[in-house]
Design a binder for this molecule. Structure first.
Ligand SMILES: C[S@@+](CC[C@H](N)C(=O)[O-])C[C@H]1O[C@@H](n2cnc3c(N)ncnc32)[C@H](O)[C@@H]1O
Length: 270
């Protein structure tokens, strides 16, 4: 709680986008800060960071959290986390977004797991801006009478493109051939996903909070969109990666390192 107060100073965040560890073993990267712990301890950790975030939220604010479900362990912690969130009565549940990954994991004996979950809550009555995907509308139909005339949905719409809805299928997962890739960051979120959240749920100049920086995606997206991000990571390596990523972006306009090493002074660290 105190660390987050120190991070924010007097600033209040109108948008929190948190991506905590999901309490699953990530590939062979069961590092100290991403290790699996027992569920009560995980929920206790969740309660603390949610309370610390609420403590610095503006009176009208959006609160997003990325969360996972491990089918090998009864789908924890997603449902447990959702139930825990009911204790925070200042927050109102707004949506449950699923992002479709291109690559999944699974075996020949199971459906491929290609989903990532994003929970959306609000405090007070914050603005929400409708945003659009890059996918053109092609379906005609859904006829409705407007001012005595039968119109179809393309005529009535405000954009040629479709809205993202709560299943996002149009976002490319980060991989080593993309400029935004940060080698060594196994949990990196796509910039496009965070940009969508920031554009729809905050205004120019707003403060955005992300307590789990990792590769610094929230920081870069906020910089691109004219918001100020406050971010942190318990792991000094990821904190350093995040700082370097912003410095590099400001200097070169590049959003990541693609396959190059963010720590060129050390030959092989990851
Ligand atoms: C899932 S990753 C975040 C990914 C990030 N959204 C991105 O796009 O790069 C979770 C991060 O939380 C950090 N972390 C774990 N426990 C933490 C804690 N108690 N406080 C702050 N950061 C923590 C880990 O070091 C890891 O970098």
């Amino acid at each position: 709680m105190r660390d987050v107060e120190n991070l924010m100073g007097k600033a209040k965040a109108s948008l929190a986008v948190n991506d905590p560890p999901y309490n699953v073993v990530v590939g062979n990267a069961n590092t100290h800060n991403l290790s699996k712990i027992d569920l009560p301890s995980y929920l206790d950790f969740s309660k603390k960071w949610v309370a610390a975030t609420l403590n610095v939220l503006a009176s009208n604010a959006h609160f997003y959290v990325w969360m996972g479900a491990d089918y090998r362990d009864n789908f924890q912690p997603l449902p447990d986390f959702m139930i825990l969130m009911r204790e925070f009565t200042t927050l109102k549940a707004r949506n449950f977004i699923t992002i479709r990954n291109q690559r999944g994991f699974g075996t020949q004996k199971n459906w491929m797991w290609v989903r990532q979950e994003l929970l959306h809550y609000t405090k007070g009555n914050p603005n929400f801006r409708v945003v659009y995907t890059d996918i053109p509308k092609i379906l005609r139909g859904y006829y409705k009478e407007v001012n005595g005339r039968i119109t179809e949905n393309l005529e009535r719409s405000k954009s040629e493109m479709i809205r993202p809805g709560n299943v996002w299928v149009d976002i490319q997962q980060v991989f080593y051939r993309m400029e935004e890739n940060v080698p060594g960051c196994y949990a990196q979120k796509p910039l496009k996903a965070i940009q969508r959240i920031i554009e729809s749920s905050s205004n120019d100049g707003d403060f955005v909070l992300d307590l789990f920086a990792h590769s610094g995606t929230t920081l870069i997206a906020a910089e691109q969109l004219g918001r100020t991000a406050y971010t942190a990571d318990i792991d000094p390596i990821f904190a350093e990666v995040t700082i370097r990523r912003l410095e590099r972006y400001r200097k070169t306009g590049k959003t990541g390192w693609q396959w190059q090493n963010p720590f060129p002074e050390i030959d092989q660290i990851f």
